[in-house]
Design a protein around this ligand. Structure first.
Ligand code: ARG
Length: 292
């Protein structure tokens, strides 16, 4: 009986029995917010009169980076550029899938210069297939990649034509989702992938049609409420098991735990003054998949 029990345990570990979530190690690109500030307003979170504290933002960002390293992820850094206060939001710098880089093209002139900076870093770091986009898109802010589909937001920043351009360039199906609440101006403020096949999201951020699409694609999704969304709780990063998430999203954190995920709460309250959270600070670098 003892031998049987230990065999079952070994099997359980290898195949991750029911409720056991499996983490996959990631490679992230981040940008230390040395020049962070709120000097203009391009979303409802930003109040230039209230400003923001760059030193505090750096401290919080360092804790986010430390959390990723503790979880075993790899973090690369791009040098921040003076005069680009939002460059900390690396997610917007590009979309990297299967080693191919679909470059960003920002909706607002204040951030335009970030796109070539991220493209140059990626080229210099081994990503040779970089597509300069013909259409406005804000990288992973509006493109979220699952195993067999890329979910793409539109309505505030990224154009539908960019969804089509990305699909053609990356050879992945891209599903357009329409955002309707200005507080949730990027897809990654309203939805995050839990793993390669499931997501968590706040339905109120989406048009009725897009909500129906999400229900059809993800019948087992985790549904967040307005309180979670209002603290940017959906701007989270999951590795399939551990979910790095704003600490204020208490309800969602509890729900994630109930579903077998391991929440890793972080405090990014200073960066939220620009409308960003953990995911905004994080660009995933997905290397080329070897043919099976
Ligand atoms: N202030 C930035 C902007 O409005 C925040 C970007 C947040 N990034 C994100 N991936 N949601 O563009």
């Amino acid at each position: 009986a003892a031998a049987g029990a230990s065999a079952a345990t070994a099997l359980g570990t290898a195949t991750a029995g029911r409720g056991e979530r499996i983490a996959r190690t990631r490679h992230f690109l981040m940008c230390r917010p040395e020049h962070f500030a709120v000097t203009y307003s391009i979303n409802p979170w930003m109040d230039p009169a209230a400003g923001a504290d760059a030193a505090r933002a750096v401290e919080q960002w360092e804790a986010l980076r430390a959390a990723y390293l503790r979880l075993g992820h790899r973090v690369s850094l791009i040098d921040p550029i003076e005069g680009l206060p939002d460059m900390v939001f690396a997610a917007n710098g590009a979309l990297v899938v299967n080693g191919r880089v679909y470059g960003a093209r920002f909706a607002h002139p204040e951030r335009a210069a970030e796109a070539p900076a991220y493209a140059a870093w990626l080229r210099a770091n081994g990503f040779s297939e970089v597509r300069e986009p013909a259409h406005t898109n804000e990288g992973e802010g509006d493109f979220l990649t699952l195993d067999h589909v890329i979910l793409a937001g539109t309505g505030f920043r990224t154009e539908v034509a960019a969804h089509q351009e990305a699909q053609e360039f990356l050879g992945m199906p891209v599903v357009t989702l329409r955002l309707v609440d200005p507080r949730f101006y990027h897809l990654d403020t309203a939805l995050f992938p839990l793993d390669g096949t499931n997501v968590a999201y706040y339905p109120g951020a989406f048009s009725p049609g897009s909500r129906a699409v999400l229900e059809r694609l993800f019948p087992h999704a985790i549904i967040a409420d307005e309180r979670d969304a209002a603290v940017l709780g959906l701007n989270a990063v999951s590795d399939g098991r551990n979910v790095v998430i704003n600490a204020e999203a208490a309800g969602l954190i509890e729900t994630l735990r109930r579903h077998g995920y391991e929440p890793v709460p972080v405090d990014l309250s200073e960066l939220r003054k620009a409308g960003g959270g953990p995911k905004c600070c994080t660009l995933e670098l997905r290397s080329r998949q070897e043919a099976a």
